[in-house]
Design a protein around this ligand. Structure first.
Ligand code: GLY
Ligand code: MN
Ligand code: MN
Length: 439
């Protein structure tokens, strides 16, 4: 299997990064903690466990707390694998997988006995993880050093071949869900039922998908982070916006599509947005700053608004007067990987120098210069959001918008089309479309 072939080279790359940053910072190595369960207030039940992304970068073990990785970039990485004797809960079996040979695996049966296996006393090991109080008890006095975090976060944007293969697979899985969800929409399902059919098709539970799915019928599509799921089907079925992903070995897919129930003006707008989205992806290439692409999206959206008759005037006026921002208030996209909004989107260099988005575009999540191996989403949107459109009516901008047309499209909510794209040295790879999701 291709994944297994690429895995050791992935580990070698991570080891090189660790060797370099530990040498620079005078560290003996990194002790990376998978995490610990978080207990719900006044309860004896834990929240779903979410593993430390620095841990899952090395090993696709997503559900096992109290594990540790000891890495110094030189020796074979040590995996301290937690396997308690417990008849109450399911215990993760001893791993037998393609990745095992890359580690020296040691078993831990009692979480509080980990000190016996950690090299804290033998030099300057840094703790990488969330539980600073645990680190302190264990004797670490250097936790998540900023130079290490910035370095690792900067290079994490450049995916290894193993990671790219995981992300292609996450896309293939999510595409199955999107097909099932689209069928469910045209068959009359409620938001809740569409969600169930999506999850069934990808065979992942609500706690396994990388983020809370957005399944929005009709005007709910105008609520950008709509995660409520209505159980009732609406009386009239107009539109469906779905933003739903899937995970594979800890890597995320993040895909959006919008569907019109009938062939109408909203349907034409979806097609125009689809063309706009594909054109933007054509502009993505190494050396391009993501911010430029976001600004280009606004220029193209201005043209689209004029052609669709939603706005009047010139492209320049619509941009200057903030009309496009009222219809498209979020960022064009973000880096994607171990986290949906992956780290490092604002970094200019390995020290983590921050590049802020333009003042008028505060929600843009990526300002970084693109390079081969980067994976980003491209997700332009066009919404009819009352609270953003209302201010346009209050001043001279009123004449720039066709309010009757907006009133007729308002019940459709909005449109977002989102693909996951790998930037290669020569050409882009649109993983979402190449997995067969065309519309
Ligand atoms: N699903 C979250 C996003 O598109 O950024
Ligand atoms: Mn999304
Ligand atoms: Mn996204």
């Amino acid at each position: 299997m291709q994944l297994a072939q690429h895995y050791q080279s992935h580990i070698n790359t991570l080891n090189q990064r660790v060797a370099e940053i530990c040498a620079r910072e005078g560290l003996s190595g990194l002790a990376i903690h998978s995490g610990q369960p978080h207990r719900q207030f006044l309860d004896d039940i834990d929240y779903p466990f979410k593993v430390n992304p620095h841990f899952k970068a090395w090993v696709p073990l997503l559900e096992t707390p109290h594990c540790w990785l000891l890495v110094n970039g030189r020796d074979k990485p040590v995996l301290i694998f937690y396997r308690p004797e417990d008849f109450w809960h399911k215990v993760t079996d001893l791993p037998q997988s393609f990745w095992c040979d890359s580690f020296d695996i040691r078993i831990l049966t009692k979480a509080d006995k980990v000190a016996d296996l950690l090299p804290v006393a033998e030099g300057r090991w840094a703790y990488i993880g969330e539980h600073l109080e645990v680190a302190s008890v264990l004797g670490f006095n250097n936790c998540n050093p900023e130079a290490v975090m910035s370095y690792m976060h900067f290079y994490r944007a450049c995916k290894t071949d193993y990671e790219l293969e995981c992300m292609r697979q996450a896309n293939r899985i999510a595409v199955k869900g999107h097909r099932a969800a689209k069928n469910a929409f045209y068959s009359g399902a409620s938001e809740f039922e569409i969600q169930q059919q999506y999850l069934s098709a990808i065979v992942q539970g609500e706690n396994q998908v990388p983020y809370g799915n957005i399944i929005a019928l009709n005007q709910n599509a105008a609520i950008l982070h709509y995660t409520a799921l209505e159980h009732e089907s609406p009386q009239q079925r107009l539109s469906f916006l779905i933003d739903a992903g899937a995970s594979f070995h800890g890597y995320a897919a993040d895909i959006s599509r919008t569907h019109a129930f009938e062939k109408n003006r909203f349907h034409d707008l979806i097609q125009a947005m689809n063309q706009l989205q594909l054109q933007l992806i054509e502009h993505l290439r190494p050396g391009k700053r993501y911010t430029e692409l976001h600004l280009l999206a606004h220029q193209q959206l201005a043209t689209l608004l004029l052609e669709a008759g939603l706005a009047k005037g010139s492209q320049e006026t619509l941009l200057e007067q903030g009309i496009t921002r009222a219809f498209f208030p979020h960022g064009l996209g973000h880096m994607l990987g171990l986290q949906v909004h992956d780290v490092g989107g604002f970094f200019n260099d390995e020290r983590g120098t921050h590049v802020a988005p333009p003042e008028e575009h505060p929600f843009l999540r990526c300002t970084r210069t693109m390079a081969p191996g980067h994976v980003v989403t491209i997700e332009p949107g066009l919404y009819f959001i009352d609270s953003l459109l209302a201010p346009l009516k209050q001043d001279g901008r009123k004449a720039l918008v066709d309010w009757d047309l907006i009133a007729s499209l308002r019940p459709f909510g909005g449109i977002r089309i989102e693909d996951n794209v790998i930037i290669h040295a020569h050409g882009n790879e649109n993983m979402t479309r190449e997995s067969g999701l065309i519309d």
